[in-house]
Design a protein around this ligand. Structure first.
Ligand code: 8ID
Ligand code: ZN
Length: 354
């Protein structure tokens, strides 16, 4: 009993309003290629990346018309005929992440850097994503969801969670080190605060703006808070907050280039700048002299591979990271984007599809 049509939020062009359709076709089981699966979604998170896709402000073109969304959770209702050795079955509850599919054969895939596969398919960007009731995804890349997490709780770990988990995992920090998180009150940032404290044993300086984000970050385990709009000297404030010498790492999860500008100045020598937030066509603008003399590591970190996604979810299932979320209907998508643009979304918005 798979319906022929569904509700879906469609970006027809980068400046037209989002079109919520009731009669978008559902790909039927007999239309699935080998390796594809059809998933009936319970819910999906809204990531700032979806807003970049909606606006078309990245140097990488998206498909159009486009159904955005890449933090979906739902049940597999069909698998393409002639699929060989599927790791998942009909009835399994799985997640759809940004990396929908990759070739699994190239050097990047063999090394576990499948995010950078030249043939990668991106959910809600180069293939239709999860802002719909049904989505077609790929058996080799969907992520099994631990049974003790609800779909709503799990959704944002498929992008926000796995991304910050991986960035911290390769941050060259040790337990007890300080990490500063500009963007700490947003979707990625508030999960980064928790992974940093509860999984990696780091001490957190949270940087963002507004009372609500301050309260959330401190509740989630940040030791220090700095409001970037109120600080008169951000470099000094961040250094002071991190014991005087500055943090050992900066995980920049803000969607603004200004959040990167002073990182090399406030980082401790030997420190790591984790480049995560993706403002449009911006440059990092790090001073070469101090990058060299302070031996700064600049590390670009792009979502995570299949194993990172499982690890990020396992840690969430242990209760060590929880998504602070507001549940809304699909029809709220445009206003969610407006809030994100204005910086008023605290934590994450998750859209219910049921
Ligand atoms: O793989 C990746 N690297 C990856 C994965 C997923 C998302 C990268 N991203 C990118 C998104 O495309 C986006 O550019 O990370 C960025 C943040 O995504 P998000 O967490 O989903 O966005 P949000 O919920 O809007 O949170 C952003 C926060 O940044 C704060 C805002 O107040 C908000 O709370 N912020 C901004 I904008 N400028 C700031 C600044 N200068 C700042 N915080 C501190 N200093
Ligand atoms: Zn995302």
């Amino acid at each position: 009993n798979i319906p022929k049509t569904q509700k879906a939020a469609i970006v027809e062009s980068h400046d037209a309003p989002i079109h919520i359709k009731d009669d978008h076709p559902v790909r039927q089981p007999e239309e699935l290629a080998p390796g594809e699966c059809l998933i009936k979604l319970d819910c999906t998170g809204v990531c700032h990346t979806d807003l970049h896709a909606r606006k078309g402000d990245w140097p990488l073109p998206s498909k159009l018309p486009l159904i955005g969304g890449h933090e979906g959770v739902g049940k597999i209702v069909a698998i393409g005929a002639h699929t060989v050795s599927s790791p998942v079955n009909i009835g399994d509850r799985v997640g759809i992440k940004w990396l929908a599919d990759s070739c699994l054969q190239c050097e990047q895939c063999r090394k576990g850097l499948e995010q950078s596969c030249a043939k990668a398919k991106l959910s809600g960007y180069t293939v239709d994503g999860t802002f719909s009731q049904y989505v077609v995804s790929y058996v080799s890349h969907v992520t099994p969801i631990p049974p003790n997490l609800s779909s709503e709780e799990a959704a944002s770990f498929l992008c926000a969670g796995v991304t910050v988990y991986r960035a911290l995992k390769y941050s060259k920090t040790n337990p007890g080190d300080w990490v500063v998180i500009p963007g700490a009150g947003g979707g990625l940032g508030h999960l980064a605060v928790q992974y940093a404290t509860n999984a990696f044993g780091l001490r957190v300086v949270a940087v963002d703006t507004g009372e609500e984000k301050k309260k959330l970050c401190l509740e989630l385990g940040a030791e220090k808070w700095i409001d970037f709009r109120e600080s008169k000297d951000l470099v000094k404030d961040i250094k002071d907050a991190a014991g005087g010498d500055g943090p050992h790492a900066a995980l920049v999860s803000a969607a603004s280039s200004s959040a990167y500008e002073q990182a090399v100045d406030y980082l401790r020598p030997g420190g790591s700048l984790l480049v995560v937030g993706l403002p449009g066509k911006a440059q990092i603008g790090a001073p070469i002299f101090w990058t060299v003399v302070k031996s700064i590591n600049i590390i670009g970190s792009y979502v995570g591979n299949r194993q990172d996604a499982r690890e990020a979810l396992e840690i969430a299932a242990l209760g060590k990271a929880k998504c602070y979320l507001a549940l809304k209907p699909l029809s709220a998508l445009s206003e969610v984007y407006e809030g994100m643009e204005q910086g008023t979304v605290v934590g994450r918005v998750v859209l219910s599809m049921t």
